[in-house]
Design a protein around this ligand. Structure first.
Ligand code: FES
Length: 91
């Protein structure tokens, strides 16, 4: 069964407000999707516009579950490790 992840792609270039895309979320999504393909695991990444945790971005989330704030390749890689071990699933 597919494990669903959510990624914020909100971008606020002119407002002075923090935004996940402004902090590299799109590049992280590209890395994450490549890593998912490399591992050949059943994980989807859905793009959304803001999940209300803007100061803590880039923000990712397990659908209906835990957040990954201040996401980077290390944190997302650890999440994929846990998914591979069956420790993280989505409804
Ligand atoms: S801009 Fe990403 S959570 Fe709001």
């Amino acid at each position: 069964m597919t494990t669903r992840l959510i990624a914020c792609v909100n971008f606020r270039p002119f407002s002075g407000q923090p935004s996940c895309a402004g902090r590299g979320s799109k590049e992280l999504i590209a890395w994450l999707e490549a890593e998912i393909a490399r591992r050949e695991i059943d994980v989807s990444v859905e793009r959304i516009v803001c999940m209300g945790h803007c100061p803590h971005g880039p923000n990712f989330r397990v659908w209906g579950g835990e957040f990954v704030h201040h996401a980077d390749e290390e944190k997302l890689g650890e999440l994929l490790d846990r998914i591979e071990r069956g420790e993280v699933t989505t409804p």
